[in-house]
Design a protein around this ligand. Structure first.
Ligand code: ADP
Ligand code: ADP
Ligand code: ZN
Length: 214
């Protein structure tokens, strides 16, 4: 099962991808997480990506595409995987389709998590992340049991640098300009499924499971 998650920044792609990955025992591959891990480890890729991420811009396709294709060639992806945050541009999607075709494969589902812009700023300003285990919370909608502390591992939660309001608006614009066209791209491929991302996280998940098991 090869799944691509689409949706605006803050729509809940990562939250849903985590639950799907657990239920179906397939890896959750987030390009944002990969860039952040590189940044934390001080790699050259991390340093290059940082400038773009801090500005709310996309990291160039040359730094992104090969990394994903290498990742899906690993053994743990044999049964499938869920991509969160990739592809994000038409050239990335075309590159990915071609890379899959070379392996006689294709995307099975592109799930678009639909959330209107006016909800996005709230979603992202309340997002808190665990720097140790990667878990994501929301101060109001999905709070940890103890304020500011990760339920899983006890680390102190942080706000992502690029979730500050001034950057959020940039990211939303980049989404509309560069990523939203992927909805048409995957519709034409016949694999697009939309879900209402404004519902409670468990309801959104149930809707996605219904699509995957239909
Ligand atoms: P969000 O959870 O808000 O959708 P991500 O964690 O997916 O954000 O991405 C954070 C940042 O990492 C993006 O704003 C962008 O700079 C970079 N990034 C992640 N995935 C890609 C990609 N496929 N192409 C280009 N840049 C990316
Ligand atoms: P994305 O990966 O699309 O950027 P996230 O999964 O990180 O989005 O979710 C963005 C923020 O919204 C997080 O703080 C998350 O806890 C919260 N969130 C996710 N799904 C929902 C939902 N269905 N209702 C309310 N808040 C949600
Ligand atoms: Zn944690």
């Amino acid at each position: 099962m090869k799944i691509v998650m689409l949706g605006a920044p803050g729509a809940g792609k990562g939250t849903q991808a985590d639950m799907i990955a657990q239920k179906y025992d397939i890896p959750h591959i987030s390009t944002g997480d990969i860039f952040r891990a590189n940044l934390k480890n001080g790699t050259e890729l991390g340093l290059k990506a940082k400038t773009y991420m801090d500005a709310g811009q996309l990291v160039p396709d040359e730094l992104t595409c090969d990394l994903v294709v290498d990742r899906i060639a690993q053994d743990d992806c044999a049964k499938g995987y869920i991509l969160d945050g990739f592809p994000r541009t038409i050239p990335q999607a075309e590159f990915f389709t071609a890379a899959l075709a070379a392996r006689n494969e294709r995307v099975d589902y592109a799930i678009d998590v639909e959330v209107p812009d006016e909800n996005i700023v709230n979603r992202m300003s309340g997002r808190r992340a665990c720097p140790a285990c990667g878990a994501t919370y929301h101060m109001v909608y999905i709070p940890p049991k103890q304020e500011g502390v990760c339920d899983n591992c006890g680390a102190a939660l942080i706000q992502r640098n690029d979730d500050k309001p001034e950057t959020v608006l940039n990211r939303l614009k980049v989404y509309h300009d560069q990523t939203q066209p992927l909805i048409d791209y995957y519709t034409e491929m016949g694999v697009l499924k939309g879900v209402d991302g404004t519902k409670d996280m468990k309801e959104v998940f149930a809707d996605i499971v219904k699509i995957l098991e239909d």
